[in-house]
Design a protein around this ligand. Structure first.
Ligand SMILES: [Ca+2]
Length: 287
């Protein structure tokens, strides 16, 4: 084959390969300290990771939040850290609402400005009986739902009403409520039960089971993709599952130590997984 023709063919085939590759490659970021939760900001592409750094219950003042670029490279390992105006002990669940980054920290929920990481609010839920706050979910009205794994409770913070706090539900059937998500169609609150190993649904003040085939070990994170499929993590088993339209749970990644509060990045169509005891965050392109 003539050299020129060969080069042209090579160029065309290379282009074809790139056209059929997913837009975002799988990546793995390391160097975290007990990463619990992750989210990507659709406006900027930045990824935020909460680092407990030590025991999930220790009031040790050493927790921090990392900021990553969208390719998984670490921009600032300790973008937000305590000291001075506020304390971060064991930051866990993350959610964006009203342009702020909210994070749970044992008995408090703190809000931060995304640009510079400065504090915007420090909400104390201890007077309502909070003892082990875990995940957060936000609805379109700026209501934040906050799980308390230790007291089988979910608290409500109305950000549009000056961060007014109340008890949303306390029910033994929640069995260690951990991850929270809001159903994209029905608006029901979906709960990952850590002790019960089930996905649950809160509707009309009652708790029902979401049928996904079987009981799991210790469920932690839960989220939806843009097609309404559920993803959830089994912290105890080291597996992340997807539940498709047929209602069956299928493993997406089995090679994890302890996947915690996962996140579906709907802009880039990737699944972000904080692997708690492995001190890493994995990104997996979704099909
Ligand atoms: Ca800590």
């Amino acid at each position: 084959m003539p050299k020129k023709k060969c080069a042209a063919l090579l160029a065309v085939s290379t282009l074809a390969i790139f056209m059929f590759l997913p837009r975002v490659w799988a990546w793995e970021a390391r160097g975290f300290r007990t990463p619990e939760s992750v989210l990507a900001d659709p406006a900027t592409g930045y990824i935020y990771v909460s680092n407990i750094n030590g025991s999930p219950t220790a009031k040790d003042g050493n927790g921090f939040i990392s900021r990553l670029n969208s390719d998984g490279s670490i921009k600032e390992l300790k973008f937000i850290r305590g000291g001075g105006a506020f304390t971060l002990n064991a930051p866990k669940g993350l959610v964006l609402a009203g342009g702020l980054l909210y994070v749970t920290d044992i008995t408090h929920v703190l809000a931060f400005n995304l640009e510079d990481g400065t504090i915007a609010a420090d909400i104390n839920l201890k007077p309502l009986g909070a003892s082990f706050l875990n995940d957060l979910a936000a609805d379109a009205e700026g209501n934040l739902y906050v799980s308390d794994t230790a007291t089988n409770s979910i608290f409500l913070i109305k950000t549009a009403a000056g961060n007014e706090v109340s008890l949303f539900i306390r029910n033994k059937r929640l069995r260690g409520p951990n991850g929270l998500a809001i159903h994209p169609v029905t608006g029901d609150i979906i709960v990952a039960s850590f002790s019960g190993g089930r996905l649950l649904k809160i509707k009309g003040g009652g708790v029902t089971q979401l049928e996904v085939g079987r009981r799991f070990e210790n469920l932690d994170g839960v989220d939806y993709d843009s097609e309404g499929n559920i993803y959830f993590s089994d912290f105890g088993a080291g597996v992340v599952y997807k539940v498709g339209q047929n209602g069956k749970a299928v493993a997406v990644d089995k090679r994890l130590n302890s996947p915690a509060d996962i996140f579906v990045d709907k802009v880039n169509n990737i699944l972000l997984i904080p692997d708690f005891s492995a001190n890493r965050v994995k990104a997996i392109p979704l099909k």
